[in-house]
Ligand binder design. Structure first.
Ligand SMILES: NC(=O)c1ccc[n+]([C@@H]2O[C@H](COP(=O)([O-])OP(=O)(O)OC[C@H]3O[C@@H](n4cnc5c(N)ncnc54)[C@H](OP(=O)(O)O)[C@@H]3O)[C@@H](O)[C@H]2O)c1
Length: 252
């Protein structure tokens, strides 16, 4: 039996990935601050289970307690494969470097970098202890690979996720665990994150007009289309390239 832990399931890409896992008969353990009743219905229709854990991944003690609870619950499933999709993230703070305060930077890195690394640590260790196959996915961004005026926090946290992915994957190769860790760049999608981006002041985010244009010209992809590409990659398990940064654009 396969199970998937997905973060950021209340909306956006995380909701779509969770939905597609459920529709393919995989039990989903979802984490976000807000619950998602739509996924409960999808689970019911597909006779699989959706467990939701309300947790602020920005708070270290809350996150640690939640992981403990989740691993305990997963054990009852005797899983053959465990997927982890580190999807939850924030774009803020958006502003020039000299305008960023300590707290907002700290909150950003806790959610976008520390939380995915901590979850990967814990789930990898857990899967190894169960002798279960493990596939970890870190959702990244094109911002990891190009500097963007006003996005110093986001560009840096996503760049760190790419290098973390490659380093963790290298260890799995050297240790011959058979576990795989990849990153997935979903491209631009029509979500709340894009709304936040479009609401930025031009002085804070120089490319704001370009991003407004993406919406006006229908260039933002639907999260279910993008989630479907990731699920196809995961379904072809033998072909998954450990440590690869997958780009959705290569599939269109
Ligand atoms: N949208 C794009 O164009 C785009 C482009 C490239 C990469 N990405 C990446 O794709 C992923 C999904 O983005 P999205 O656009 O779907 O974002 P979104 O619509 O803003 O959704 C973010 C999700 O993360 C959860 N989340 C936020 N803060 C959290 C916290 N402190 N604790 C727990 N959960 C939290 C939210 O749930 P709650 O608020 O309920 O907690 C929500 O479910 C992110 O990694 C993002 O960086 C997006």
């Amino acid at each position: 039996m396969k199970i998937a832990l997905v973060t950021g399931v209340s909306k956006g890409l995380g909701e779509s990935i969770a939905k597609l896992f459920l529709e393919s008969g995989i039990h989903v353990f979802g984490v976000s601050r807000n619950i998602n009743t739509r996924l409960e219905k999808v689970a019911k229709t597909n006779t699989v289970n959706f467990h939701h854990y309300s947790c602020d991944l920005g708070k270290t003690s809350e996150m640690a307690q939640t992981v403990e609870l989740i691993t305990k619950d997963i054990t009852t499933y005797n899983p053959t494969v465990i997927y982890l999709v580190n999807n939850a993230a924030m774009i803020e703070p958006i502003n020039r470097v000299m305008e960023l305060d300590h707290q907002s930077l700290s909150d950003h890195f806790q959610l976008n970098a520390v939380a995915p690394m901590f979850l990967m640590n814990q789930l990898l260790k857990f899967a190894t202890s169960l002798n279960t196959s493990f596939i970890g996915v870190n959702i990244t961004s094109g911002a990891a690979e190009r500097p963007i005026f006003g996005w110093s926090a986001y560009c840096s946290s996503k760049a760190s996720i790419n290098m973390y992915t490659q380093t963790a994957a290298l260890e799995q190769d050297v240790l011959k665990t058979g576990h795989k860790i990849i990153a997935f760049n979903p491209g631009i999608m029509d979500t709340n994150m894009q709304e936040t981006i479009r609401s930025s002041a031009k002085e804070a985010f120089a490319e704001v007009d370009k991003f407004k244009g993406y919406k006006e010209n229908n260039q933002l992809r639907h999260t279910e289309t993008v989630g479907g590409v990731l699920i196809d990659i995961l379904n072809d398990e033998a072909s998954i390239e450990n440590g690869k940064i997958y780009h959705v654009n290569e599939y269109f």
